[in-house]
Write a protein that binds this ligand. Structure first.
Ligand SMILES: Cc1cc2nc3c(=O)[nH]c(=O)nc-3n(C[C@H](O)[C@H](O)[C@H](O)COP(=O)(O)O)c2cc1C
Length: 186
């Protein structure tokens, strides 16, 4: 199995990353970690779109701007580690999705429908939040929807809430959650 980890954690001591590591420790196979804050990815401009569309129209995917999409589409399982920010996730994760959402690589138009082209069967969405999440977890819901768009049928939510409510409980909550996530594949 080949696992691709998308790390959207901004902080050095990120609890989300620690939780994710608890999951990674249980895996056997090849693991590639992509730290989004170390990539030079930016929101798409009009110039970027023109450049990209021109290549897509020529069916030429040799440019390095397509490497992230090719990588995403080729892995067996996708693991996303992303804190809960402002009711969803850090904008760098959206920028990443903008950069990998490429017609001909992660999805294609098929007569009158859209077909996902990613190989993965599953996304594990790992997140932590400071407070309680009231209503829908929009970060998870978005990832589930775009994963489905790329052809990935299942997205599992592992979000740990209330890490900032009572500092005296933080370690206990995190340790218990790391134990739980390490049992996910048992
Ligand atoms: C920019 C920012 C936005 C946040 N927005 C929310 C929020 O909407 N709801 C919430 O419960 N916690 C929010 N938090 C708290 C984080 O979700 C929480 O501290 C989380 O555990 C951070 O993960 P980390 O330790 O991996 O960095 C926010 C934190 C930051 C820095």
């Amino acid at each position: 199995m080949k696992y691709l980890v998308i790390d959207a954690c901004a902080r050095l001591n990120s609890r989300t990353r620690k939780l994710c590591q608890g999951y990674l420790n249980t895996l056997k196979g090849e693991i590639k970690i992509v730290k989004l804050y170390d990539l030079n990815i930016k929101p798409l401009t009009e110039k970027d779109l023109k450049y990209r569309d021109n290549l897509i129209n020529k069916n030429d995917y040799s440019d390095p701007i397509f490497d992230l999409a090719k990588e995403f589409a080729s892995y067996d399982e996708i693991i996303i580690a992303s804190p809960y920010w402002d009711l969803s996730f850090p904008s760098i994760l959206k920028v990443y999705f903008e950069n990998i959402s490429i017609s001909g690589l992660t999805f294609k138009y098929d007569k009158d429908s859209v077909k996902g082209l990613a190989k993965a069967k599953k996304i594990i969405y790992i997140s932590t939040s400071g407070g309680k999440i009231y209503g829908a977890n929009l970060g998870f819901e978005y990832v589930k929807a775009i994963g489905n768009f790329f052809g990935i049928k299942e997205t599992i939510n592992f979000t740990v809430e209330e890490l900032d409510i009572d500092p005296s409980k933080e370690k206990e909550i995190l340790d218990l959650s790391i134990k739980k996530i390490s049992e996910l594949n048992e």
